[in-house]
Design a protein around this ligand. Sequence first.
Ligand SMILES: NC(=O)C1=CN([C@@H]2O[C@H](COP(=O)(O)OP(=O)(O)OC[C@H]3O[C@@H](n4cnc5c(N)ncnc54)[C@H](OP(=O)(O)O)[C@@H]3O)[C@@H](O)[C@H]2O)[C@@H](O)CC1
Ligand SMILES: Nc1ncnc2c1ncn2[C@@H]1O[C@H](COP(=O)(O)OP(=O)(O)O)[C@@H](O)[C@H]1O
Ligand SMILES: [K+]
Length: 518
Amino acid sequence: MFRGAFCIFIIDMKVLSAQQIREADAYTITHEPISSVLLMERAAAECAGWMVHTFGEAPPPFYVFCGMGNNGGDGLVIARLLRDQGYNVHAYMVHHSATASPDNLANQPYVQDVQSIYSPADFPLMEATGVVVDAIFGTGLSRPVEGWVASILHKINDGYGRHTIVSIDMPSGLMADSVTGHAACVHANYTLSFQFYKLAFLLPENAARVGETVILPIGLHPDFINNVETKYHVVDPRIVKTIYQPRDPFAHKGTYGHALLVAGSYGKMGAAVLAARACLRAGAGLLTVHVPQRGYEILQTAVPEAMCETEDQPTAFSAHFHEPFKHHQAPGYATIGVGPGLGTAAATARALEKLMELYHKPMVLDADALNMISEYPFLLQKLPKDSILTPHPKEFERLFGPKEDQFERLELLSAKAVELQVYILLKGRFSAMACPDGAVYFNPTGNPGMATAGSGDVLTGILTGLLSQGYTPKAALLLGAWLHGLAGDLAADDISEESLIAEDIINYLGQAYLELRK
Ligand SMILES: NC(=O)C1=CN([C@@H]2O[C@H](COP(=O)(O)OP(=O)(O)OC[C@H]3O[C@@H](n4cnc5c(N)ncnc54)[C@H](OP(=O)(O)O)[C@@H]3O)[C@@H](O)[C@H]2O)[C@@H](O)CC1
Ligand SMILES: Nc1ncnc2c1ncn2[C@@H]1O[C@H](COP(=O)(O)OP(=O)(O)O)[C@@H](O)[C@H]1O
Ligand SMILES: [K+]
């Protein structure tokens, strides 16, 4: 039995714009109800609590730099709360504007000895080690930081490495929803952000500015969060646990589909082996791998669980490929994964075209399948609806052209998913997964240990294995990317990021599945 589309209600973590965050703030204040100054107290208490938990044992001196808006207001409350706990706290007010926000003003009387900074000359001498709390600008930043205020941000950054820099809500100087470029910006070790990721945190350009992101709940009103419409989302454990379907006790191997992988060529049989192993470990019921004749023994030896189909040509996927494929139409493959290690010979491209004409269910296209589509762009129009494309940034550029920055790239990613009615996963630290309705989901699992040969082939295998089992393309994509990254994280915890190889991601996939049951 093919389980077909799971009926799932997908909940997710939304990425709000700065404007939407202001609206969430206002809605919470009116509907909880709570005063804005108490909401600030709640947000700051979460930050202070995190700092006590993180630095509490041998507390360093804290240097809290406050701005004049509500981000600075948070800073003032944090300074007060840390002092109340007996910590050594130095507080500063950076006078970047003529007036302070009302909630900032309301908190000023409760923090003694706040030193004013009006120019770089007022920047304090700090001890060699300590925690610098950056509460100068948050989501209210309206333009690039310039002049003497920019110098203050640079001076904070001068201490990077000696001081631990903790930014409140945003690294000061970072634009939440647009390009920051080379403008002055704090480089944080940690960013403690309220309730939501900001889009800026998810972009490779900002990795060194944001550091490790910690999302702290501050009780913004659930009605607003449930109803607000956003294009960007971050996948979280709740989503994947909702998607994940334990196996049916009465299942037989036919329950979980018969997948076909078309992969491998002379010198690149490893890609086929990795994708095949990952497909089976992801849970496909049956797997056939189509490889070149020369790869037969390799595949049968390395993956005895898989069936193997060959042809006479030296490349896996010759012009003759459609014949054996037709032959296998009768049982019908649940899905097809195509691309890893395939090569881009003209005959292979013709066979890919034929394949897309013969097969109409969602398939997974990766690596050389994408490179061939770049070379023959008319193939884009032949993609089966709801297929999944998994380009890395270079493949994405070959497919859809270059872009100035990741903001523009994400816009293009979403537009192409809508235009072609497919899912596109743009690989990276936070792989961005665009859906045919234009929504984009970021996957937070994974680590730089996965920047190693073959880890993309493993992803292709996992996605093919999930589609084969009957997960919808969207469910397979979100769950597959999550499992792939989590398996990489579990592997890195045990054997280090450096030593991690693609094979390890497959070996830890089982443990990643077990995490979903917790
Ligand atoms: N719901 C939530 O998430 C909650 C959020 N909360 C907190 O509120 C923060 C947002 O506060 P916010 O709106 O007051 O803005 P904020 O970041 O303090 O900056 C505004 C100030 O900066 C100034 N300014 C701007 N650009 C500038 C530039 N380039 N160079 C120089 N000055 C510049 C601007 O002045 P002006 O533009 O008028 O000169 C104004 O003085 C948010 O990040 C979070 O920390 C919590 O307290 C409660 C719950
Ligand atoms: N720094 C990182 N953090 C998280 N995931 C990463 C990181 N680097 C690479 N990955 C993941 O590893 C995979 C690499 O895929 P790809 O570049 O296609 O590899 P290959 O072509 O060698 O198989 C992608 O899924 C990507 O998201
Ligand atoms: K800040």
